[in-house]
Design a protein around this ligand. Sequence first.
Ligand code: MGD
Ligand code: MGD
Ligand code: MO
Length: 649
Amino acid sequence: MIMKREVITTCTRDCTNTCGLVATVEYYKLVNLRGNPDHPVNKGRVCHKCARFVQRVYSPERVLTPLRRRGGEWARTSWADALDEIAGRMEQIKSRFGPEAILYYQGFGERTALKLLNARFFNLFGGVTTLYGTLCGGTGQAAQNLDFGCRVSHDPIDHLNSRSLILWGRNPVLTNINMVPIIKEIRQKGAPVVLIDPVASKSRSISDYHIQPAPGQDAYLAMAAAKIILARGAEDVDFLSRYSEGFDAFLKILDNFTVEELTVACDVPLEQVEGLADLLINRKPTAILLGWGLHRWEYAHYTIRCIDALNAIAGNIGVAGGGVSQGFEEYGPYDLNLTGSDLKPNSRKFLMPLIGEEILRAQDPTVEMIFVTAGNPVGMAPNSNKVAKAFARTPFVVAAGHFLNDTADYADIFLPNTTFLEEKDLAAGFGHNYIGPVNRAIEPLGESKSDFEIFQALAERFSFAAEFNSGLEDWLSLLAAPLLAKGVTLEELFAGPVRIPNTPMVPYVERVFPTPSGKFMFMQEFEPAARREHDKEFPYHLMSVMARDWIGSESTLFEQGELLSVRLNSQEGSKLDLNDGDTVRIVSRAGEMKVKVRLDDMQRRDIVVCPRGGWIKAGRGVNVLTRDLVSKLGNGTPYFETKVNIEPV
Ligand SMILES: Nc1nc2c(c(=O)[nH]1)N[C@H]1C(S)=C(S)[C@@H](COP(=O)(O)OP(=O)(O)OC[C@H]3O[C@@H](n4cnc5c(=O)[nH]c(N)nc54)[C@H](O)[C@@H]3O)O[C@H]1N2
Ligand SMILES: Nc1nc2c(c(=O)[nH]1)N[C@H]1C(S)=C(S)[C@@H](COP(=O)(O)OP(=O)(O)OC[C@H]3O[C@@H](n4cnc5c(=O)[nH]c(N)nc54)[C@H](O)[C@@H]3O)O[C@H]1N2
Ligand SMILES: [Mo]
């Protein structure tokens, strides 16, 4: 008899899909991961990355015991010794420099309910330095909060009501597989789909038209389309007059430019802008899906606010099948008070986008220790060389994770984590409105522990142990209290996906917005300085976009044997005398790396396209090139403001 079990669980990778999964376990071994057919969003689908996660769990490269660096080399240590040392160092640093000399860096690797308690540990300890701003979606959220009062997206399933759809800086074929069948279904019913992306991305395959604006210049494209709609008298007068505020100020901004000037500024032919306006006029409702790629510019808030304005003018706000949607709150369903933020006596915060700089310039106190969970800041934050320098200079670094990535290279202690297949937890996502159970499919491998278990074991070494020592299930029911208060039971939560109560299919149907005036708010000011000058020395924008085959930097060293491939327009290639497959140096003001160049007719001439997330020690870490900047709104990270040149090796 084969001992076989199936466990309902949820993918917790940092991804829009948060798919419902079925894990098959045979003789205590995980043998397969497939989509849960009963999940209303992924309906049994699963991506190739997830299916491969089984290999990641059992990878010979995965770390399964605590490690201590001794004389530059990793040596195995026990949990007791590792945790005693960490607790001892923390007490010492606290008494000598104060708790803010410790930086807690929480990355995006896993954002489940229990992860909120990590902050609780540090708040109970006395308030260490933490982070503000984000490497991910801060700018878009802040921009949409200004326009709508609060960013609330249409439920993905509502896009079945769309008669046209615009993928604006979003690449669902790679990053949101569950949107793909929805898009295919509306296309079958005749809805045109427009991709707006300077990069010729994989999502061309699900689009009818592709507009390739100059990178970072979409605000001008949105303004041009808005002007055309207004010139034709096709705006939604009712929405503008009754439910919006500041339209006159927005008109004044538009008045500063002719349509022709705007088309030149965004480098899109007039016919294409007219086509976009036609679609918005004739194919209502139009849904606009914003991606995260769109955020990664210093002035991205103008882009996003102009796009919001465009769909408001077109009459697509608060309408089924319309909207300007991006993401959802993965921490939204829980009781956030449990992070213990009310306890914290200290509150120093570092800007995540400038993390290297922040650590290096910290004074009073200086950074004496960094504790990293679920992140790889050395590889994933911008300007890796600077981040690496900051980590190297820090006397004591602890990293918890699965693999010895670039951040682990700077750690003194490495703590081995369980994967979600070895954990019990709850997971909501940033791409839909369902929360799903994380049920333990297999026992923890080796000596690995979840973050929750690590912080609980560490707490036992401090006077506040009693504030942390409830059981896992008790914590989960406390964290889920807002859901339980709305009538969801814990049994339901652990049995399968549950729609988060009070999340709308269509936001703002009543046309009441949580802005100060209760109305949709048009952008009031526009700083044309957002336009960049052409930099002759570094002519290409480095578009370091999502990789197809891995999430974030979740790859392993064995998998990264080859040089990274970057895509370059074929004519630019000829100009530089390059053949497809040549090895070149790619150089920016921050650093350089060796890559293989792939010539591609479909790319714009002013960009170099590469996947993010490779490891520096494999020669594939693109953030050695990126600039560390912070966006003008929302404290986001403008990775794509990096200009590069291509040079022979
Ligand atoms: N396979 C895979 N999936 C992932 C991830 C992964 O690493 N791998 N990561 C997950 C994470 S953390 C996130 S945040 C999401 C991101 O999901 P997406 O936003 O879909 O992905 P990105 O590649 O960041 O950006 C999407 C597109 O925006 C375009 N873009 C960049 N700048 C501009 C611009 O100025 N104008 C316009 N119009 N377009 C622009 C890029 O060229 C890119 O093709 O994906 C998640 N899913
Ligand atoms: N050049 C460039 N850089 C980018 C971007 C870009 O577009 N271009 N995108 C940015 C974006 S959108 C994001 S979201 C960030 C992501 O950057 P990070 O937050 O640094 O995320 P990952 O690279 O995915 O690293 C996650 C790490 O956490 C570990 N991990 C996974 N689960 C757990 C867990 O439960 N506990 C612990 N302790 N560890 C765990 C994994 O093994 C992995 O090492 O990168 C940003 N970096
Ligand atoms: Mo992200």
